[in-house]
Unconditional design. Structure first.
Length: 447
């Protein structure tokens, strides 16, 4: 994972005007100007110009630098360090002016768009836009001028005492022009203007190449395309999660048991046979028989009492094991239960550090309420730490973090991790907060 650029300051667009050359804004050509300076001079001079990031919503410009070290404005430096920074800045600016003159000399006709852009980029109204990052100068608010009448950009080479003075070129009076003859000049100029207009029209339609350098042609707005690509990635992840859940539910389905057979009917009691008449012999007086004692009636058996079934106890959650993959319980999102995240989790990102070149591992440690910390571990390097938070939003689990601070003043940009699905179908994806919105697969396992 490359170290994030350092944010120096933010400038409001109110009260500022953008500088342009031939209809092209200077600040929009940062990558092209940096490449020209890098090829012609070196990385130290190329890093003089801070990288602008314009936010049209909040109407401000954020200025970033790729240099590493402590960032201090010029006004906060001691006098000795401030004087040394001014001299180094003046030397870099003089070298850039010399490179611009070389670009202009190589161009046909003595004029070059890149030379004009280079010269205008190192022009500012004051030295309050100069910063020291690790002892090296960084310039902000370049390509902009104060929006007041009478304030013109000034050459930054005036900051130092060692900058070479511009050479004075003697002016030779031009010889008198010979008298023009009447001929085809009267219709040649309108014909050339007509051809020029036709060239511009065909270039705008894309039928002929444009004479502007390809490096400074305004790039089309690709934000809508990038948003659609991100949406397609989210839909693809959601489709994979739904397919996994469907397969899990299909495995749980079982055929219904066959119905129980009807019980056999009880056999009917046999019918009583009629008794035959018995004639008893008569021996005189019939003895008096006592009345029969009625048999006691049987008491009805008491009905068995029905005991209520005890409520089933919830199955205990298995103890966490080291190395197990992160799985979202099925009812965790509905109950907003984040207790399954309690502990520490680790994931490889596939990204590398720009400082060490080794892989970077992301770790999160949470309590049972989803509050915790984020760690960025560089192989054989430092451990950077920042706050972390987990929460449910609908059926999705989000893990978010702010900047992760590193020893030495470096930091890692914020990132977001989105997890979908439950159980074995849990799927997580990470997205960095850098300008490119770098995405990576997150596979968290318990430490």
């Amino acid at each position: 994972m490359a170290a994030a650029p350092t944010l120096l300051t933010s400038s409001p667009l109110a009260g500022m005007q953008r500088l342009a050359v031939r209809g092209i804004f200077v600040a929009d050509c940062h990558e092209q100007l940096r490449g020209i300076i890098l090829r012609g001079l070196g990385p130290q001079q190329a890093a003089l110009l801070a990288e602008p990031a314009c936010d049209p919503v909040s109407r401000r410009v954020d200025w970033y630098t790729s240099r590493t070290g402590q960032a201090v404005p010029l006004a906060a430096l001691p006098e000795e360090e401030a004087r040394a920074l001014r001299e180094k800045t003046a030397r870099y600016v003089a070298e850039i002016h010399s490179l611009a003159r070389q670009e202009a000399a190589h161009a046909a006709g003595g004029g070059s768009l890149s030379a004009d852009l280079l010269s205008l980029a190192v022009s500012q109204t004051d030295d309050g836009n100069l910063w020291s990052v690790g002892g090296e100068p960084v310039l902000v608010n370049w390509g902009y001028a104060a929006g007041m009448d009478g304030v013109l950009p000034q050459d930054l080479a005036r900051l130092g005492t060692t900058a070479p003075a511009p050479a004075v070129v003697p002016v030779t009076p031009a010889p008198p022009l010979p008298p023009q003859r009447a001929g085809c000049a009267g219709w040649l100029l309108p014909l050339l203007l007509l051809l020029l207009l036709l060239w511009l029209l065909l270039s705008a339609l894309g039928w002929l190449p444009l004479w502007l350098p390809a490096s400074c042609v305004p790039q089309p707005d690709r934000s809508a395309l990038q948003a659609e690509q991100e949406r397609a990635g989210r839909l693809e992840s959601e489709l994979d999660s739904l397919l996994r859940q469907l397969r899990e539910k299909a495995e749980l389905c079982r055929p219904a048991p066959p119905p129980a057979p009807d019980p056999a009917p009880a056999p009917e009691p046999p019918a009583e046979q009629p008794r035959a008449d018995v004639v008893e012999p008569f021996f005189g007086e019939t003895p008096v028989e006592p009345d029969p004692v009625p048999a006691p009636k049987p008491k009805p058996a008491p009905a068995p009492s029905v005991q209520p079934k005890p409520a089933p106890k919830p199955a205990p959650r298995p103890a966490p094991r080291k190395g197990e993959a992160m799985q979202i319980p099925k009812d965790a999102a509905q109950k907003k239960d984040l207790s399954f995240l309690e502990g520490c989790w680790s994931s490889e990102t596939g990204l590398t550090s720009s400082r060490t070149g080794g892989p970077v591992v992301v770790e999160y440690c949470f309590d049972k309420n989803g509050n915790g910390s984020r760690f960025e571990r560089e192989e054989g390097g430092d451990v950077c730490r920042g706050p972390g938070k987990a929460r449910f939003k609908g059926n999705r689990l989000y893990m978010e973090s702010e900047y992760a601070r590193c020893p030495g003043g470096r930091n890692y940009v914020p990132h977001w991790i989105e997890c979908t699905g439950t159980g074995n179908s849990t799927l997580c994806n990470g997205r960095e907060g850098d300008p490119k919105r770098t995405r990576w697969k997150a596979r968290f396992t318990r430490k």
